[in-house]
Write a protein that binds this ligand. Structure first.
Ligand code: FES
Ligand code: FES
Length: 162
């Protein structure tokens, strides 16, 4: 077994220094070392998007990033983004459209959707579907999720013009 490595990772604004095995994935660091279970894990090989978190502002799959790669960097989970009010519009739209059932995929969905809002404010419904296609939902059939994201996009476009 490789020697543990000391890392300091800032999660939702708080620094955490731990000694970890070099092969520890970021998602396991968050869940097992810090107890942040809202960061989900499912497929563990980069397919489903359940483990989506932000790393220095960019969304990444926590099961494909090693914790040592995040040493000295800022990680944000759904808790941090939600507490800052960053996701309030999306959360309200997901609620209004019933865009979640078990909620297992929802952390990743919301973080991916927030990235879409920032990167592609003019996205069409088809582009929303494509952008969100890396996040799997086992419950909703996706229509409600796409409806919710499109509603927020449209509202922002109207607000920008007004
Ligand atoms: S658990 Fe990371 S992509 Fe599925
Ligand atoms: S709401 Fe159950 S997996 Fe998406």
């Amino acid at each position: 077994m490789a020697e543990p490595i000391k890392v300091t990772i800032f999660v939702n604004g708080v620094g955490h220094t731990k000694r970890i095995e070099p092969r520890t994935h970021l998602i396991d660091f968050l869940r097992d070392e810090l107890g942040i279970k809202s960061a989900r894990v499912a497929c563990e090989h980069g397919v489903c998007g359940a483990c989506t978190v932000r790393l220095d502002g960019d969304i990444v799959r926590g099961c494909l990033v090693l914790a040592v790669q995040a040493d000295g960097q800022e990680v944000e989970t759904i808790d941090g983004a939600s507490d800052r009010g960053d996701l309030a519009e999306l959360q309200a739209a997901f609620h209004a459209h019933n865009a979640l059932q078990c909620g297992f995929c929802t952390s990743g969905m919301l973080l991916t959707a927030s990235s879409l809002l920032a990167e592609k404010p003019q996205a069409s419904r088809e582009q929303v579907r494509e952008y969100m296609s890396g996040n799997y939902c086992r419950c909703t059939g996706y229509q409600a999720i796409v409806d919710a994201v499109c509603e927020v996009l449209e509202k922002r476009r109207v607000d920008t013009v007004a």
